[in-house]
Ligand binder design. Structure first.
Ligand code: SF4
Length: 348
């Protein structure tokens, strides 16, 4: 790697970041706990979406001790809508580990920090560099895209083994004097300038040394193979009320959206579900459809709403008031269903 190119990229990237960085709430803090929260929230979620979540979260759990002591329901309620709920649970678990095993101080070495639940190589590098100024790599998809273009690296960034190439490259490139600005500069460049489509090369601070720009390869890099096909599942969801106005809900088990709450969500082939919830129809109608995409799966849901009678012997479900429903952690597909609801009290 040419010394001149390395120095140029370091200097221009760090200067550009210092001048152009967005004013984001987590950038006002060097508290490793705050950086940790922001990095977990930012995985797969847009910055604009994360800002209010981050602010509410810090207000509710200003220290690791507050988060460690939180009820899981309160934690999930604050995370509601961000998705990837296992991350919230892992964050709480990780914070408890830091309190118990590291005297409530987030460790400063990659080896120790990587042993904490939920902290992978990227989050470890982000916390170490941003909070502690350590020259540690923090490589995610954004960073791989930028570096693929800068160095015309033609390795498939969808393959897990490719990440190592980029981690080694960042380790050589990173500014030891200001690792925080360097890593955040790479991330910021990927978010604002070197975007997946139509990178804004004319505004780019490192264009002079960019091989993809020089060789006209900005559209063909990075190389990213397509993911395997997303599976589809068709469900019916039932938003059911008893005569006293209470809603039938249930808590999910382990796995996808673990422990979140939902209305009965029934696979299309299941014909005996009403017995398990101990209900009989009075008046139920279709109120619309909801589609929800996870990374590996799509749910197509036909949504029904109606009045039912409760019999004895229900094996599943709980009945809650409208106020109780509002306090439960509800995943995004269920929130979408809530927005379809028709006010039945105005009818008849
Ligand atoms: Fe990305 Fe263009 Fe800058 Fe190269 S010049 S790093 S392709 S924005």
């Amino acid at each position: 790697m040419s010394e001149t190119k390395t120095n140029f990229i370091r200097r221009e990237l760090v200067n550009w970041y210092r001048e152009e960085k967005r004013d984001l709430p987590w950038r006002h803090s060097r508290d490793p706990y705050h950086i940790w929260i922001s990095e977990v929230m930012l995985q797969q979620t847009r910055v604009d979406t994360v800002i209010p979540y981050f602010e509410r979260f810090i207000q509710a759990f200003p220290t690791m001790q507050h988060l460690a002591a939180a009820e899981e329901g309160d934690l999930l309620k604050l995370w509601e809508g961000l998705g990837y709920y296992s991350r919230a649970r892992n964050l709480q678990h990780g914070v408890r580990e830091v309190i118990e095993e590291y005297q409530a101080k987030v460790p400063e070495t990659r080896e120790e920090i990587s042993s904490i639940r939920g902290i992978g190589p990227y989050t470890a590098g982000a916390i170490l560099s941003i909070a502690y100024g350590k020259p540690e790599h923090a490589v995610d998809g954004n960073v791989m895209r930028v570096l693929s273009r800068l160095y015309a690296i033609e390795e498939d960034i969808a393959l897990p083994k490719t990440r190592k190439t980029f981690e080694q490259l960042v380790t050589l490139l990173i500014d030891p004097e200001d690792a925080s600005s360097f890593n955040q500069g790479l991330m910021e460049l990927g978010a604002l300038i070197c975007t997946p489509q139509k990178p804004k090369c004319l505004l780019c601070p490192v264009r002079e040394e960019c091989r993809a720009f020089e060789e006209g390869k900005t559209d063909s890099l990075p190389i990213k193979s397509k993911k395997t096909k997303v599976k589809k599942i068709t469900y019916s969801a039932y938003l059911l009320q008893r005569a006293d106005g209470k809603w039938l809900v249930e808590q999910r088990g382990e796995g996808l959206l673990a422990k979140m709450w939902q209305f009965p969500l029934i696979e299309a082939t299941d014909t005996s579900w009403q017995e398990r919830y101990g209900i009989t129809w009075i008046d139920v109608e279709s109120i619309g459809e909801v589609t929800h995409k996870f990374s590996h799966l799509t749910w197509d849901i036909q949504v029904f709403q109606g009045k039912v009678e409760q019999k004895e012997n229900a094996q599943l479900g709980q009945w809650v008031t409208e106020e109780e429903l509002a306090k439960l952690p509800l995943p995004v597909p269920v929130q979408k269903m809530m927005r379809l609801r028709v006010d039945r009290s105005l009818e008849n």
